[in-house]
Design a protein around this ligand. Structure first.
Ligand SMILES: Cc1ncc(COP(=O)(O)O)c(C=O)c1O
Length: 297
């Protein structure tokens, strides 16, 4: 990770941003985070969908009673400052709002919280298809913990799905929701292709409606592709010719299999077109769509 982090308005060594060992962030997962890709393109950063990511962080933090003293534009300035310290290559940025104080017992009052933003260098344009497990881990119910708030504690669910899948030799796990419909992977949304239709699990509340999912739906609509949100049963997975995952970090990844159902995703024309459109958004010459960038370095 980056040598320095942006912590409560200042660049500091990461150790200075650590929560107390008695913080309820550590014990109960009371924190809200997000992830933003800072693409390094031809001498400048493109922080893909930065405004949407920061709005999501601020909204989730507010709902969790983590009161932040920084506005969206303060956080964007913080990201700019942090980027100035980084080597010129693509990074994943992780902003997180959390409590640093020693609070052993339940503290439910709205209190001021800390924000830290750090960066991790990442590869981009990884084309290798994913082999997915149909996970025995069920997606956590949104009535228990709202999916859209990105609460750290809720991600024990994603961790378990991911760990179970990797232990059994898969790349990731695809979870069902509590009604038994195909929901999403541990940190990415799903799309399926059949003939000239694009299909994605319905955003029923348990599903995390990712920004990349929204972008893919917009890109498909711009190509006059019919996009359908649907409840998909696991036994219907074989009805599709191709499938892919999408998310900030996973970007747009073809799926070669879910359980014993195989797909020819990487060679699918609609998949290839949507992937090209996506890459045009993240680091193409036109930087189309909803991207916001932080300007020159
Ligand atoms: C559970 C879950 N689903 C899907 C996604 C994809 O969302 P996005 O495209 O906004 O990164 C994420 C990533 O944040 C996630 O945590």
């Amino acid at each position: 990770m980056s040598d320095r982090v942006w912590f409560n308005g200042q660049l500091t060594p990461p150790e200075q941003a650590s929560p107390s060992v008695a913080s309820n962030t550590l014990h109960l997962g009371i924190a809200v985070f997000d992830g933003i890709m800072a693409y390094w393109n031809d001498g400048r950063w493109n922080c893909h969908l930065i405004d949407d990511h920061l709005d999501r962080l601020l909204a989730g933090s507010g709902k969790m009673g983590l009161r932040l003293q920084w506005t969206r534009s303060d956080l964007a300035d913080g990201i700019r400052e942090l980027l100035e310290t980084l080597p010129a290559r693509t990074h994943y940025l992780r902003p997180i709002a959390y409590r640093t104080a020693a609070e052993v017992f339940f503290e439910v009052a709205v209190e001021s919280a800390s924000v830290c933003i750090f960066a991790v260098p990442v590869e981009r344009d990884i084309d290798a298809p994913y082999r997915c497990q149909l996970s025995p881990v069920q997606r956590v119910r949104h009535e228990a913990i709202p999916a859209t708030w990105k609460v750290s504690g809720a991600y024990a669910n994603s961790y378990l799905a991911e760990r179970t899948a990797r232990d059994e030799g898969y790349d990731t796990g695809v979870m069902l929701n509590t009604s038994g419909f195909v929901c999403e992977a541990s940190s990415s949304n799903l799309f399926f292709i059949v003939a000239d239709r694009l299909v994605t699990p319905r955003a029923d509340g348990d599903l995390f409606p990712g920004l990349t999912r929204r972008l893919i739906m917009q890109l498909a609509t711009a190509r006059n592709i019919d996009v359908t949100e649907l409840d998909i049963r696991p036994e219907e997975l074989g009805n599709y010719e191709a499938a892919f995952l999408c998310g900030t970090l996973s970007e747009v990844r073809p799926i070669s299999a879910i359980g014993n159902i195989t797909y020819g995703s990487a060679a699918n024309k609609m998949f290839a077109d949507l992937l090209a459109d996506f890459r045009d958004c993240t680091h193409g010459p036109g930087l189309r769509c909803l991207t916001a960038d932080t300007g020159g370095r």
